[in-house]
Ligand binder design. Sequence first.
Ligand SMILES: NC(=O)c1ccc[n+]([C@@H]2O[C@H](COP(=O)([O-])OP(=O)(O)OC[C@H]3O[C@@H](n4cnc5c(N)ncnc54)[C@H](OP(=O)(O)O)[C@@H]3O)[C@@H](O)[C@H]2O)c1
Length: 288
Amino acid sequence: MILLLGASGYVGAAFQRYFTARSLTWRGLDINELDCTNLNALTAFLQREHPTFLINCAGYTGGANIEACETHKADCLLGNAVLPGVIREACQRIGLPWGHVSTGCIYNGARPDGSGFREDDPPNFTFRQNNCSFYSGSKALGEEVLAGAADCFIWRLRIPFNEQNNPRNYLAKLMRYDKLVDVRNSISQLDEFVRACCECWEQRVPFGTYNVTNPGSITTREVAALMHKTGACTKQFQFFQSESEFLQKATKTPRANCVLDSGKLLATGIRLTEIHEAVETALRNWKV
Ligand SMILES: NC(=O)c1ccc[n+]([C@@H]2O[C@H](COP(=O)([O-])OP(=O)(O)OC[C@H]3O[C@@H](n4cnc5c(N)ncnc54)[C@H](OP(=O)(O)O)[C@@H]3O)[C@@H](O)[C@H]2O)c1
């Protein structure tokens, strides 16, 4: 049995769909049933239920966007930094392998030569650089807490999207705005992300950190052009002149925009669609 933490969330729902489609045995565990930050209670639960694998997609995201993390700092630290540490300890105690959904939002920009950050590049959008959102800082702490963890995958998700019109879907978010900021990012097709994470376990690839983003990177203008090309959205978007104009006028919270290299995951044989192709497919199959 696979134990899923955070099953009620946007990412958790995608894992549920994957398990259901493949008739895999799983169960969810939510905060109303058990306080997963209580180490002894969580360990006892794992001993009683003996799952074969645990997937943690619980975390504090602030809901619609990360702004809420700036004002709900205790919840954010609890969900993103403390909780992974407690899960690590509980899993270690009973020798349970597990995977943690992290984020690429702990990086900003690209490597000096323009290529994507690799897993062993130190994150550069964290409390240590004092330049980040509270959300990114808390997620980077979560990865620090997991450094050296045995039998643990850290899967970095980034700006999830698919063909389902959901307020949490990146493509749906862009369609709602009139004015966009043109930035380059590596992003993750949500259902491919989930499949790739599950394949890491199913195919027993080496434990460790993986950037689970579709190969390549894409700019907001390129996404907008694909919306027009496919007819999924015909809105004539305006664009901020620069990222700094966007930060001054549209938000108080710094955003990470980054390019990640998913070559380590691809080298295991797990397949992910090239990013422009993945976005175009989602838009062609767009469910209004
Ligand atoms: N969505 C994205 O854009 C994105 C991108 C990159 C990475 N991620 C990461 O992916 C994970 C899931 O994100 P999501 O978008 O699915 O978030 P979400 O929709 O807000 O769901 C979060 C889930 O975590 C649970 N949770 C929150 N705090 C908890 C705590 N202290 N103890 C136990 N459970 C707790 C929530 O339970 P309740 O329903 O009971 O509140 C919910 O099930 C997070 O770690 C997030 O950082 C998300």
